[in-house]
Design a protein around this ligand. Structure first.
Ligand code: GLA
Length: 385
C-alpha cells in the first residue's frame, strides 16, 4: 500500500478520506507499519465494455488492510499481521484488473445469485421450470456464465463505528442467467477494529427466486508465494457433510464424518489425510454442515499457519461451509508479483447454504420470497500466536 488516507471527523471524514493526500505510515511496536484508519478509492481500469472499475483500500489502524474492487466485489488483497506484527497479504489474486478479466477461478469474488452447483442447470419453482446457463458441464456453477463475480457493483465508502466499510450494490435484472425476479443485492465489507473482515449480505426480490451468496477468497496464511497450504492446521465445527457424485452434485444425503479424512473437528493439517480422499482431482471440495449452523453467528472454522503464527477464524450465520483446497489450480494463473498458482496454493472456506438446495427438500431452503429479505453474515477474523 503506497498511500494511506487520513480520517479527521466522522461526517467530514468520509470526503476527506476519499480525496485526502497520503499520510505517512506510523511506526508500529513490533516491526511492521500501521496505517491510519480510513478508506480510499482509486481507479482500477475498465471492463471490456468500457465500464470503469474502482478499487477501495480499507485500513483499520490495527495492522490490517483490505483491497476490494467493484468488479465482482473481489477482495484483491488482504493484509494481516503475523506473530511479529508484520502485515502480509493472505489471499490469492492479481495485481491489476487485466488479470481478473482474462478469466480466473473466482479469486476473492462474491459468488451468486446461487453459489455452488445447481444440477442440470434447471429448477422448478412454484410450478414453473427455469433454465439456467450451464457453465460447469451440464450444471450451473456460481451463478452462471456471468455471475455476480463478473458484474460491476456500485461502491460507496462508509465510516462505521466498527471500522471502515465498503457498501456494494447490484441490481440483478429479472431473467439474468435464467433466474426469476429483479434481485436488489447489497454486500457490505467492514474491516473492523478487531482485525476482522466482516461481510454482510442482504437481498430483496420482486419475484420468488433462489439466492445463495458467498465469498470465494482463496487464503494462504503464510502468503501465496510460500507455496502449498497443506501444512495449515484446520478445525471445522462440523460433524456431517453432504456427499456428492463425481460431478460434485449432492446425492441429497447428510452423512456423519466421524474419524474419516473429512473430520476436522480436532485441528489437523489440511494435507495430513488428503491422499486418503478418493476424489478426482485429489483434494477437499466438500460442503460441511455446521454444528448449530443457520441459527445466528457461530464459529465455523479456525485455521492456524504454524510458520507465521497467523490464525483465521470464520464465524457465519450460514448453515454450511464449503472447504475447497484449490484442487483445480494448475500453474496456468500468475498472480501478485509474478507468483504462479499451483494446486493447493490456497484454500477457500465458503460460508453458504447447501449446494443444489433447489432439488432437495430436506436441505434448508434458498428460496427468497417477495416479502422477505435475504441476509447472511460471515466474519473472517485474524490474529497471530
Ligand atoms: C468452488 C467449487 C469448486 C471449484 C471452485 C472454482 O469452490 O466447489 O469445485 O469449482 O469453486 O474453481
Amino acid at each position: 500500500m503506497r498511500q494511506c488516507a487520513a480520517l479527521a471527523g466522522v461526517a467530514a471524514g468520509l470526503l476527506a478520506v476519499l480525496s485526502a493526500p497520503a499520510a505517512g505510515p506510523r511506526p508500529q511496536a513490533k516491526g511492521g507499519t500501521k496505517m491510519q484508519a480510513g478508506i480510499q478509492k482509486q481507479a482500477f481500469g475498465k471492463t471490456a465494455e468500457g465500464t470503469p472499475v474502482e478499487l477501495y483500500v480499507l485500513t483499520n489502524g490495527k495492522g490490517m488492510t483490505a483491497k476490494i474492487m467493484t468488479y465482482g466485489g473481489i477482495v484483491t488483497e488482504l493484509l494481516a499481521p503475523d506473530r511479529d506484527g508484520k502485515a502480509g497479504n493472505v489471499v490469492l489474486g492479481f495485481d491489476d484488473l487485466k488479470g481478473y478479466l482474462a478469466g480466473h477461478p473466482y479469486f476473492g469474488a462474491i459468488t451468486g445469485r446461487v453459489a455452488n452447483r445447481i444440477a442440470g442447470a434447471k429448477f422448478t419453482l412454484d410450478g414453473k421450470e427455469y433454465t439456467l446457463d450451464a457453465n460447469n458441464g451440464p450444471n450451473s456453477l456460481h451463478g452462471g456464465k456471468k455471475g455476480f463475480d463478473k458484474v460491476v457493483w456500485k461502491g460507496k465508502a462508509l465510516e462505521t463505528a466498527a471500522g471502515p466499510a465498503l457498501k456494494l450494490t447490484y441490481l440483478s435484472p429479472d431473467g439474468e442467467e435464467g433466474f426469476p425476479g429483479n434481485l436488489a443485492t447489497t454486500v457490505v465489507y467492514t474491516l473492523t477494529n478487531k482485525n476482522e473482515l466482516k461481510i454482510d449480505y442482504t437481498a430483496t426480490t420482486d419475484k420468488a427466486t433462489p439466492v445463495n451468496l458467498t465469498n470465494h477468497s482463496y487464503f494462504n496464511l503464510a502468503g501465496p508465494k510460500s507455496g502449498s497450504i497443506l501444512g495449515h492446521e484446520l478445525m471445522i465445527a462440523a460433524s456431517a457433510y453432504t456427499p456428492t457424485d463425481a460431478a460434485l452434485i449432492p446425492t441429497g444425503n447428510v452423512q456423519k464424518i466421524n474419524g474419516s479424512p473429512l473430520d476436522f473437528t480436532k485441528p489437523t493439517a489440511i494435507g495430513a489425510r488428503i491422499k486418503e480422499l478418493m476424489t478426482e482431482p485429489l483434494g477437499y471440495d466438500h460442503n460441511y454442515v455446521l454444528r448449530g449452523g443457520g441459527k445466528g453467528l457461530v464459529l465455523a472454522a479456525r485455521v492456524h499457519e504454524p510458520k507465521t503464527g497467523r490464525v483465521m477464524e470464520v464465524h457465519t450465520t450460514e448453515p454450511a461451509i464449503q472447504l475447497y483446497t484449490g484442487n483445480f489450480l494448475d500453474g496456468t494463473q500468475t498472480g501478485h508479483g509474478g507468483v504462479v498458482y499451483h494446486q493447493y496454493q490456497g484454500f477457500c472456506l465458503e460460508a453458504q447454504h447447501f449446494p443444489d438446495a433447489v432439488h432437495h427438500a430436506n436441505f434448508p431452503s434458498i428460496i427468497l420470497r417477495r416479502e422477505k429479505t435475504y441476509t447472511q453474515t460471515t466474519v473472517y477474523g485474524f490474529s497471530a500466536k
